[in-house]
Write a protein that binds this ligand. Structure first.
Ligand code: SF4
Ligand code: SF4
Ligand code: FES
Length: 214
């Protein structure tokens, strides 16, 4: 099996004999035995901590929850998640995403499926807007914020902060819904936040004159 890993100077190729159903995190461990300089992150090995998110053959996944057999046979390309600052090889800076979240963070907690978020940042990795719009706080931030804002104690100012993170720049492409390993459905939560803001008069309803009908 040929495995290419994105490193600071480009892809590095490793050739090794591994079972088809090997977990990708175990595969990375095997590569590390050959080349101890390869950098990647993991902690829980159980899909809980979110630290092992990587991109494999263009798909964002958790390395500890995904088997090699999930990918077609042939060359496997492993890269860090997109839209992130790379520290080393597959290791990305989480603080960058937390800082984005801090820019819109409300004050109290409440419960919805945002509580299942493990901060793996896969949703931010697959979001096309994050790459183009540096102000956009990203699906992770808005999913977390939705968990907090649905607590009735929260004030209008907390909702207004969502616009500082450009909530309304989300294109609702739903990439984040499909990619999230914890079924948090960030886009659904973003839609809910937008609807609440529209009902509070803090956001304009989208124009309906662009649909294609017969
Ligand atoms: S919302 Fe889903 S994809 Fe995004 S950080 Fe949380 S668990 Fe990961
Ligand atoms: S639905 Fe919105 S937040 Fe989610 S990936 Fe698409 S643009 Fe980004
Ligand atoms: S190592 Fe914790 S989610 Fe993969």
């Amino acid at each position: 099996m040929i495995i290419n890993i994105k490193r600071s100077k480009g892809f590095q190729t490793y050739e090794l004999d591994v079972p088809k159903n090997i977990i990708l995190l175990e595969l990375l461990h095997k590569i590390k035995e050959i080349d101890p300089s390869v950098g990647y992150r993991h902690m829980c090995r159980a899909g809980i901590c979110g630290t092992c998110a990587i991109k494999v053959n263009s798909k964002h996944i958790l390395a500890c929850k995904t088997r090699l057999s999930a990918f077609e046979e042939g060359v496997i390309n492993i890269e860090p998640i997109d839209n992130a600052h790379v520290i080393k090889d597959l290791v990305v800076e989480h603080q960058y995403f937390f800082d984005k979240y801090k820019s819109i963070k409300p004050r109290f907690w409440a419960f919805n499926n945002a509580k299942n978020c493990i901060a793996c940042f896969v949703c931010n990795g697959v979001c096309p807007v994050m790459n183009l719009d540096k102000v956009f706080a990203g699906p992770f931030s808005f999913a977390r914020a939705c968990g907090i804002l649905e607590d009735q104690r929260n004030q209008e100012e907390d909702y207004k902060r969502l616009l500082e993170g450009a909530l309304n720049h989300c294109t609702h492409c739903k990439n984040c819904n499909y990619a999230c390993p914890m079924l948090v459905m960030p886009e659904v939560l973003i839609k809910r936040l937008e609807d609440t803001m529209i009902s509070k008069g803090l956001l304009q309803a989208p124009r309906n004159d662009l649909f294609f009908g017969f």
